[in-house]
Design a protein around this ligand. Structure first.
Ligand code: SF4
Length: 400
């Protein structure tokens, strides 16, 4: 028998779908793909209503075993199996075991290694986002073990990558509500990891530098270094325009109306600056709103954005595989952070206050639009990567 370790943050273990209470149900606005057994099960169901709805609303695509059909959405954009009370008819008539793999698992997911499973949730689910952002303990990790006859058919976990991931998580954790300091410290730490190639004492050196980084964070050294950095308003402005261009090209998608509600506030502030031919004015206005209105709010709830960035580090197993350099990945993460920060700042500037629901709305809708599929995530990354100047370290100009 093989011993399998399961890791999950607390918000993953306590998650429960709230069904009809959900503020933006996942059974609307998205393509819902069905695998071959599910298509056949619905089309041949002994329940006449299920069978009729299936015959009328499943488009059989036969693209692959997993993608054998997809649901037509009705004029309201809802899955045809969703009833008036916003409950799933398949679930209520046939039980949870009859759901397609897509419907049965969302928003749950996991990274599988040979002897380890790292469970997570997609933040495009508003309830998952709420659970993550509302509890100080949401990112506390729980570990369990179980035995199974064979190891998972997956790569073995690279122990150094796991160590780096844990160090990055802790750097974020020690930064509290000061996420700008977390990114600066991560950049410094990753630069160092790229320079230490001496195999013999690499881990010892990494541990030393990690301890120094934490000390610098807690003693104010990182803050002092960050205070020397001058903001690059042109870079920030271009990134915001890129985001607007990208979102402007999407016509219909779950989460988009909610995201648009917040993007419009940002566009208003940018338009004011553009009218006066002064882009700096808009960027300074956003930064002032962030510092004067949001930072005091976050100081009372330091876990909110800290949990979010910890989640991103954990969920992507950052810095993870070698598909991109660690600094490039950090640049992309910082760009995401900057865009979310700008949306929050624009909202508080226009409305005068922000509450937890606004933060949840911004984060779940942003994830829904930019990260729901691998294709949408890649397209968004390609868009924001166009604004990078010189090298990946330009990320620090997004922190002020
Ligand atoms: S988005 Fe999340 S909470 Fe809402 S219905 Fe889907 S799984 Fe349930």
């Amino acid at each position: 028998m093989k011993n399998i370790t399961v890791i999950e943050p607390q918000f993953v273990s306590v998650f429960q779908c709230i069904g009809s209470e959900c503020r933006d149900h996942c059974c609307k606005g998205w393509d819902i793909t069905l695998d071959k057994p599910t298509v056949n099960r619905y089309l041949k169901s002994s329940r006449i209503e299920i069978k009729t709805l299936a015959a009328e609303n499943i488009v059989t695509t036969r693209r692959s075993y997993e993608n054998w059909g997809k649901m037509k959405l009705n004029t309201a954009g809802n899955c045809a199996f969703l009833d008036e009370a916003r409950l799933c008819k398949v679930h209520s008539e046939l039980g949870a075991s009859a759901l397609s793999p897509t419907c049965a698992t969302y928003p749950r997911g996991a990274k599988i290694f040979k002897y380890e499973k790292q469970k997570s949730l997609a933040l495009s689910c508003p309830e998952a986002a709420r659970q993550l952002l509302s509890s100080p303990d949401a990112m506390l990790f729980e570990q369990t073990n179980y035995l199974q006859p064979e190891a998972n058919k997956a790569q073995e976990l690279d122990q150094e990558k796991k160590l780096l991931n844990l160090m990055c998580l802790n750097i974020v954790k020690y930064s509290g509500e000061h996420i700008d300091e977390a990114f600066y410290a991560l950049a410094s730490f990753l630069l160092y990891t790229g320079k230490v190639n001496d195999a013999d004492d690499r881990v010892a050196k990494l541990e030393d530098y990690f301890a120094q980084t934490i000390s610098s964070l807690t003693q104010g050294g990182i803050r002092q270094q960050l205070d020397q950095v001058k903001p690059d308003y042109n870079l920030q402005w271009s990134l915001l325009l890129r985001m607007q261009t990208y979102f402007g090209g999407i016509t219909k998608l779950r989460g988009l109306p909610m995201l648009d509600h917040y993007i419009n506030k940002l566009i208003y502030i940018q338009t004011e600056g553009a009218k006066n031919n002064d882009i700096n004015q808009s960027m300074v206005r956003l930064e002032n709103a962030w510092q004067s209105k949001m930072m005091p709010w976050f100081a009372e709830r330091p876990w909110v954005m800290n949990n979010y960035i910890q989640y991103r580090i954990y969920d992507s197993f950052f810095p993870g595989d070698d598909s991109l350099t660690p600094l490039m990945k950090l640049y992309l993460l910082t760009a995401d952070w900057f865009l979310l920060k700008s949306l929050i700042a624009a909202s508080v500037e226009m409305v005068g206050q922000v509450d937890e629901d606004d933060i949840i709305n911004i984060i779940y809708s942003y994830h829904s639009v930019t990260k729901h599929t691998a294709k949408s995530a890649l397209a968004f990354v390609a868009e924001i990567n166009k604004t990078k100047v010189n090298d990946d370290l330009s990320l620090i100009y997004l922190l002020k």
